[in-house]
Ligand binder design. Structure first.
Ligand code: Z5A
Length: 225
C-alpha cells in the first residue's frame, strides 16, 4: 500500500451467510492491518447489540420478543443509522480504516428472504439509502452444505436451512444490482478454503482497496444513491 497519508479511512464490509467465517476473518484482518502493516483501523459489526436498539434486536433474535417483519427490519436499519455518525467520524476525522462484520446487505437479504417481504426488496433497501457506502464488499461464499458441515445451526431465530438458502439468493441479487450500478465493488471469496487461504485473499483485496482510496482520493460514497 501507498505510504502517502490517507485523506480518510477505507470502509470494508464483510458479508456472507451464517457460519461463513466473517467474525474470524474480521479479527484476522484487523490484526493484519494494525500489527503487520502499522495502519490505523477499527472493527465494527452489525447488529451492534450494545445499543438500546441493539438490545431490542438481540431479544428478537433470541426469540424473547415478537415483532412485525417490517418493524424488526426498521430496527436493524435504525441500528446502522444510530452508529453511522461514529462510523463516519472513524473514517473521516480519525482517518481509520473500518472493517465491518455485516451491513445493510444483510439487512436486505434477511428481511426480503421472509415470505411477507419477498416482493418488497426495494422497500427493504430504501431504509438504508444514504448510509456511508462501503469501498468494497467482500462476500465470503459458502454453500448450504459446507455451512452445515461447520456444526448444526444454533439457537437463533434465522438459523434455519430454508431461510438461509433464500438469503444466499438475495445476496446474489444485491451483488448483481451493485455491479450493474458500478458504485460498490463486490469481491467473492471462496470461504470453504482454509482460514489462512481466505485471510490471504481478503488481505490482498483490502490492501488494493486502501491504495485506491488513497491514490484516487476517493470521496466517501452514499449507499444506493
Ligand atoms: N441480520 C439481519 O437480519 N438484519 C441485519 O440488518 C443484520 C443482521 C445486520 C445475527 O447476526 C443475525 O442477524 C444474522 C443475520 C441477521 N442471522 N443469521 N443467521 P450476527 O452477525 O450477530 O451473528 P451470525 O451472523 O450468526 O454470526 P455467524 O454468521 O454465525 O458467524 P460468522 O461470523 O460468519 O462465522 P465465524 O463465527 O467466524 O465462524 C463460524 C464457525 O466456523 C466457527 O466455529 C469457526 O471457527 C469456523 N470457521 C471459520 N472459518 C473457517 C474455515 N475457513 N474453515 C473451517 N471452519 C471455519
Amino acid at each position: 500500500p501507498s505510504s502517502a497519508s490517507p485523506h480518510r479511512g477505507a470502509f470494508i464490509v464483510l458479508e456472507g451467510v451464517d457460519r461463513c467465517g466473517k467474525t474470524t476473518q474480521v479479527g484476522l484482518l484487523l490484526k493484519h492491518l494494525v500489527v503487520q502493516l502499522g495502519m490505523a483501523a477499527v472493527a465494527m459489526r452489525f447488529p451492534d447489540r450494545t445499543t438500546l436498539v441493539g438490545n431490542l434486536i438481540n431479544q428478537y433474535l433470541q426469540s424473547k420478543s415478537e415483532l412485525d417483519d417490517r418493524a424488526i427490519h426498521l430496527l436493524f436499519s435504525a441500528n446502522r443509522w444510530e452508529v453511522a455518525p461514529t462510523l463516519k467520524s472513524n473514517l473521516l476525522e480519525g482517518k481509520q480504516h473500518v472493517v465491518c462484520d455485516r451491513y445493510a446487505y444483510s439487512g436486505v437479504a434477511f428481511s426480503s428472504a421472509k415470505e411477507s417481504l419477498q416482493n418488497d426488496l426495494e422497500w427493504c433497501k430504501s431504509c438504508d439509502v444514504g448510509l456511508p457506502a462501503p469501498d468494497a464488499v467482500i462476500f465470503l461464499d459458502l454453500t448450504q452444505e459446507q455451512a452445515e458441515q461447520r456444526g448444526g445451526y444454533g439457537e437463533e431465530r434465522y438459523e434455519k436451512k430454508e431461510l438461509q438458502q433464500r438469503v444466499r439468493e438475495r445476496f446474489s441479487q444485491l451483488q448483481a444490482t451493485d455491479t450493474q450500478n458500478g458504485q460498490v465493488p463486490w469481491y467473492v471469496v471462496n470461504a470453504a478454503q482454509s482460514i489462512e487461504e481466505v485471510q490471504k485473499e481478503i488481505s490482498t483485496i483490502v490492501e488494493q482497496t486502501i491504495e485506491k482510496v488513497i491514490l484516487e482520493e476517493k470521496p466517501l460514497g452514499l449507499l444506493w444513491l
